[in-house]
Design a protein around this ligand. Structure first.
Ligand SMILES: Nc1ncnc2c1ncn2[C@@H]1O[C@H](COP(=O)(O)OP(=O)(O)OP(=O)(O)O)[C@@H](O)[C@H]1O
Ligand SMILES: [Mg+2]
Length: 450
């Protein structure tokens, strides 16, 4: 700014006027020498120079001093130019020094008021944050959450504050949430792709955070007990450069959650296990829920979204605090409508192919994938009918920590036959008797269904 320091103003004027001055010299020299193409220029390395093209070199006056030779021209200097250059570079240097000095002086002055200024800026920041929160709250119809000393987390008509902004007004479907540290401690949310699972999980986490930071929340009503930490395992943020795979990162995060969560924490897990093969992923997801469910003294409210329908076999479990919810779907003729509504219960269809179709995957692929799906489903049905042992049911019905988890029970008839064989006294058995017994066993076995 002008007027702060006289010397600085002067120096700046010199720099500013140099351009004019140079133009004047150029005009004058052109007239004097008769070289119309004569140019006075400047660059950082050479400073000021007079440039004359090769054909005009014979017109150059004696007092021009050669400075540099180019392909098509020569550059010269004169005592006058040297002086200007000196002034110019001196001014530039001096400006830098002066500006630095003035700035330091200013800082020194400022430190006298440091604590007051700090307080003022903190106040302004607070006012800024709260006034903006208030503005957002009124503009978007948020409500004041009630912080309670219970362990409940109740949301009526909750919304995702960002997703709702991207949708046309009124299109976001609000959803309720009811959680506590008893029968409603763990919510398993199943539903096909695109149904709105992740959105629901995140909106609840956001509402919890907003309520705790003193903001209004995107919901009609919200009651929430104090939460100590929110743990999330969402999306794929991998560190490939650090040599960690997506799945490894996922597991590291889950491990961190399981080690550090408390009954007062809110855990949000979205599609845990998706990063690996179906059965590995399913088993891990299942075991994680079991672990959280079996340890209410360690873990509090948990939202778990998954596309593994098998997990719904865990069922609503009052004792362990598990509740099953799903995203409502409506099938109409060939169409599938995602209602984006969270409802009690479970679902066992995927609609993945439908989503692929919406995305514009070529018809040929869609048609072929439908055929493959049909075949796979037929095969699965066939196997289920043939094999009576339903492993998942077996897992659910048993205490999960029994080591004999996957060993199928031996049917009574088989056990009977085994005992019969065990009791045979082979030393005193005649070959004909042995044959007789073998024939009987064969007969019995043929009646047993495996
Ligand atoms: N409550 C809602 N109301 C309106 N639109 C919604 C709602 N929830 C989600 N959507 C829309 O549906 C899209 C898909 O939602 P989201 O990603 O939550 O589905 P998802 O079930 O997690 O799918 P995926 O299984 O593929 O992860 C979102 O981009 C959003 O635009
Ligand atoms: Mg999702």
């Amino acid at each position: 700014r002008e007027g702060v320091n006289e010397e600085l103003d002067e120096l700046r004027k010199i720099i500013f006027n140099t351009k004019d001055f140079i133009e004047k010299i150029q005009e004058r020299e052109r007239l004097k020498t008769g070289i119309q193409s004569l140019k006075v220029g400047y660059n950082k390395v050479m400073g000021f120079y007079i440039e004359v093209s090769k054909p005009n070199l014979h017109l150059v006056p004696k007092e021009y001093e050669r400075k540099q030779t180019l392909v098509n021209a020569e550059r010269f200097t004169t005592p006058e130019l040297k002086e200007i250059e000196h002034k110019f570079s001196y001014s530039e240097e001096r400006i830098k020094t002066l500006e630095k000095e003035i700035f330091l002086e200013f800082l020194k002055e400022l430190t006298k008021y440091y604590s007051t200024l700090r307080k003022i800026s903190e106040l302004i920041a607070d006012v800024d944050v709260f006034s903006n929160l208030a503005l957002v709250a009124t503009e978007n119809n948020y409500s004041r959450p009630q912080i309670t000393d219970t362990d409940e987390f109740i949301v009526k008509e909750g919304r995702h504050p960002i997703v709702e902004k991207y949708l046309p007004k009124g299109e976001f479907v609000p959803n309720d949430t009811y959680m506590d540290n008893k029968e409603n401690r763990i919510i398993i949310l199943t539903g096909p792709n695109m149904a709105g699972k992740s959105t629901y999980l995140r909106q609840n986490a956001l509402i919890a955070i907003m309520a705790h930071m003193g903001s209004y929340v995107p919901a009609k009503e919200c009651k929430i007990g104090i939460i100590d930490k929110i743990f999330t395992r969402i999306g794929a943020s991998d560190f490939l450069a650090l040599g960690q795979s997506t799945f490894l990162v996922e597991m590291i995060e889950v491990s961190n959650i399981l080690r550090n969560a408390t009954p007062k924490s809110l855990i949000v897990m979205d599609e845990v296990g998706r990063g690996t093969s179906t059965y590995d992923g399913l088993s891990i997801a299942w075991a994680i829920i079991d672990y959280i469910a079996n340890n209410p003294q360690k873990f509090g409210k948990t939202l778990f979204a998954t596309h593994y329908h098998e997990l719904t076999q865990l069922g609503d479990d009052e004792k362990r605090g598990i509740k099953n919810y799903t995203m409502a779907i409506k099938e109409y003729k060939d169409e599938v409508i995602f209602l984006k509504k969270v409802v009690k219960g479970t679902i066992n269809k995927s609609y993945g192919i439908f989503v692929a179709q919406i995305a514009g995957i070529p018809d040929e692929i869609i048609k072929r994938s439908k055929e493959i799906l049909e075949e796979l489903e037929k095969a699965e049905k066939y196997i289920k009918e043939k094999v009576e042992i339903d492993v998942p049911r077996n897992i659910v019905s048993k205490n999960v920590f029994q080591p004999t988890l996957f060993v199928p029970e031996i049917p009574k008839e088989v056990e009977h036959i085994i005992n019969e064989i065990r009791s045979l006294d082979l030393d005193n058995l005649k070959p004909i008797e042995a044959l007789q017994i073998l024939s009987e066993i064969k007969q019995k076995i043929s009646n047993i269904k495996f």
